[in-house]
Design a protein. Structure first.
Length: 81
C-alpha cells in the first residue's frame, strides 16, 4: 500500500463524512423553514384578527356617535315641550 492509496482512502472517508453532515444540515434546514412557515401563518392570522377587532371598534365608535346625536336630539325636543 503506497501513499496514494492511503490518500484515496482518507479522501473517500472525508467525502463520506462530509456527505452525511450536509444531508443532516439539509434536513435541519428544512425543519427550520417549516417552523418559520408555521410562525408566519400564525402571525398572519393574528394580524387578520387585529384588523377585524379594529374594524369592530370603528363600527362601535360610529354607533356611539350616532347614539349620542340621537340622545342630544331627543333632549332638545324634550326641552321644548
Amino acid at each position: 500500500m503506497n501513499s496514494f492509496d492511503i490518500l484515496v482512502i482518507i479522501l473517500a472517508v472525508a467525502l463520506f463524512v462530509s456527505l452525511i453532515v450536509w444531508i443532516l444540515v439539509g434536513l435541519l434546514f428544512m425543519q427550520v423553514m417549516r417552523k418559520v412557515r408555521e410562525a408566519s401563518d400564525v402571525a398572519r392570522v393574528a394580524a387578520e384578527n387585529v384588523e377585524e377587532f379594529t374594524a369592530s371598534l370603528r363600527n362601535a365608535g360610529k354607533a356611539t356617535a350616532v347614539g349620542s346625536i340621537i340622545a342630544q336630539v331627543t333632549r332638545a325636543f324634550k326641552g321644548r315641550k
